[in-house]
Design a protein around this ligand. Structure first.
Ligand code: SAH
Length: 210
């Protein structure tokens, strides 16, 4: 079976399981080839619903997790989005088809180079990948309509709250090493409103040590 058939099978599975809901998000999954974001030796596994190693001990998230997080973010064409943890660049690439611009921060310089190259190869042009510690956010492009964190965070940092627009939302796996809660924090005119969307497991957020 070819890549296109593999992809359609995965998309029907994700829709059937309720991970994918919106037609425009399904279309974004069609437009961004996951095989361009995995290691060459994993090409044939590109449309399996599991995470894969991308180098540096890091992973590209399982497709159902990318689907769930993308749906929870309610991406809009006018959104300016900040991602913490570019990794392979895949999640940023999916979002790039749904929003105005994506700014993605990556701690590991080699992965930042990989993400940039994967995004360029797959024709995702409205994404900027920067090397840095995303726990500080990225004030240069703030304020953001949405902030998506794709590494396990011990807490939702103040920097992220400060760089978020009113009416915007932060989506992050919050917790310890083995288990986190997928947490959505909305910034309303009356303050922050938090909702948990179930358990998940992400690689840990790393912070510069002083
Ligand atoms: N979104 C990625 C998956 C990310 S895996 C994808 O679609 O492929 C988590 C990534 O977070 C790793 O690449 C890791 O290096 C990065 N990371 C960890 N701590 C970070 C930090 N403080 N700032 C930015 N990136 C961080």
């Amino acid at each position: 079976m070819g890549m296109a058939e593999d992809r359609e099978m995965l998309l029907s599975k994700l829709a059937g399981e309720g991970h994918l809901k919106s037609e425009r998000i399904i279309e974004a999954f069609r437009e961004v080839p996951r095989e361009m974001f995995v290691q060459e030796s994993d090409m044939l596994n590109a449309y399996g619903d599991y995470p894969l190693q991308i180098g540096g001990g890091q992973t590209i998230s399982a497709p159902h997790m990318v689907a769930t997080m993308t749906e929870l973010l309610h991406p809009r064409k006018s959104d300016n989005v900040l991602e913490i943890g570019a990794g392979s660049g895949y999640q940023a690439g999916i979002l790039s088809k749904l929003v105005g611009s994506v700014c993605s921060i990556e701690f590991d310089a080699d992965l930042a180079v990989l993400a940039r190259s994967n995004l360029e190869k797959s024709g995702c042009t409205n994404v900027n990948v920067f090397i840095g510690d995303g726990s500080k956010g990225y004030p240069q492009y703030a304020p953001y309509d949405k902030i998506i964190v794709t590494c396990a965070a011990p807490e939702i940092f103040q920097s992220w709250k400060d760089q978020l627009k009113e009416g915007g939302a932060i989506l992050a796996p919050v917790g310890g090493f083995y288990h986190q809660d997928l947490t959505l924090l909305r910034k309303t005119k009356d303050g922050f409103v938090e909702k948990s969307h179930g358990g998940c497991v992400f690689v840990p957020l790393r912070q510069e040590t002083v």
